[in-house]
Design a protein around this ligand. Structure first.
Ligand code: SF4
Length: 193
């Protein structure tokens, strides 16, 4: 019988490649949604619903722990800046995933966060191993970034919803600032905006 692995899943596009790799390696993949970091609520639900619909269309088992943002703000505490904020955000999501491994009849866990070029797989794997020792649950370290572009193209082909910021309010604000800077630059170059 295939070993069931609980795959913490941040969104549908990021699921594509890790799901392929883990399935190819003989694992039965069970997806787990727990992302209290995502701001605002409408965005969180949009990402979740895109994932839910994709999993349903592919017959992929998905479990969700829909949460309020308090978990995230408690986890980051006063660390609102990088890199401390992201480490705490990753740790929280890995920790909660690990606590669902046995309940969902899985024997190990890992995360789709490891496919993103915008995250830090070395740090995520370090945190995964830390959670593994504290919770007594096996963590599978990976670096899925070689599939990032493939997953991006595939997600576009499939028409999956693709988010424009990492997740939290801080990343949302950073994007707003970047858009504003771009707009000002274009204006200064005489482009009508
Ligand atoms: S930028 Fe992304 S990883 Fe970092 S705290 Fe925000 S949501 Fe989490």
């Amino acid at each position: 019988m295939a070993k069931r692995v609980l795959l913490h899943t941040c969104c549908a596009p990021c699921l594509l490649y890790p799901y392929e790799v883990l399935s190819r390696e003989g694992f039965e993949v069970v997806c787990f949604w727990y992302n209290p970091n995502i701001f605002p609520y409408e965005e969180k639900m949009r990402r979740y619903e895109a994932l839910r619909d994709y999993c349903a269309s592919q017959g992929i088992e998905l479990h969700a722990r829909l949460s309020v943002p308090d978990d995230f703000y408690r986890a980051i505490f006063t660390y609102t800046h990088l890199p401390g904020r992201c480490s705490r955000c990753w740790y929280l999501r890995l920790l909660v995933t690990s606590q669902w491994v046995e309940r969902l009849n899985c024997s190990a866990f890992t995360t789709t966060l490891l496919v993103s070029r915008y995250q830090d797989p070395a740090e995520i794997n370090r945190l995964g191993m830390e959670v593994s020792s504290s919770q007594g649950v096996e963590y599978l370290p990976y670096d899925f970034r070689d599939g990032f572009q493939w997953a991006h193209d595939r997600a576009k082909e499939l028409g999956l919803y693709m988010q424009k910021w990492c997740g939290c309010i801080y990343s949302f604000n950073a994007r707003q600032r970047a858009l504003l800077r771009r707009r000002k630059k274009r204006k200064s170059e005489g482009v009508r905006v």
